[in-house]
Design a protein around this ligand. Structure first.
Ligand code: SF4
Length: 108
């Protein structure tokens, strides 16, 4: 049976020629949706669901041989969605706006 599951590497929007490390990524063996759980709502049950789903992704990241490279890459590009290198990078639009405003206020 053919596996039509898209690879997480296909979701990457950058192409700097440094992504060969991704050939060794543990997530290539899994459904990429694991690393992009539906963002949490303010509901406590839904926050628990989100935490569980993030933990599932983090568990796999914990076995990944390129975890450090993945984490650095996601940090460098200012990722705001998904779990990368075992870290949850999700930021709500409100968080993104607050951080953007804070950066604008910092004198050059
Ligand atoms: S650390 Fe996680 S998200 Fe990053 S390449 Fe490895 S399995 Fe994929």
């Amino acid at each position: 049976m053919e596996d039509n599951t898209p690879m997480l590497s296909n979701l990457l929007t950058f192409n700097r020629g440094e992504t060969r490390w991704f050939d060794r990524a543990e997530c290539r063996k899994h459904d990429p949706r694991i690393w992009f759980p539906e963002p949490p709502t303010s509901d406590a049950m839904d926050r628990a669901r989100y935490a569980d789903e993030v933990a599932d992704a983090q568990e796999i990241c914990g076995t990944c041989p390129v975890k450090d490279l993945c984490l650095k890459d996601a940090s460098d590009r200012g990722e705001v969605h998904g779990v990368w290198g075992g870290k949850d990078f999700y930021k709500s639009r409100r968080q993104q706006a607050l951080e953007s405003r804070a950066r604008e206020k910092v004198p050059a």
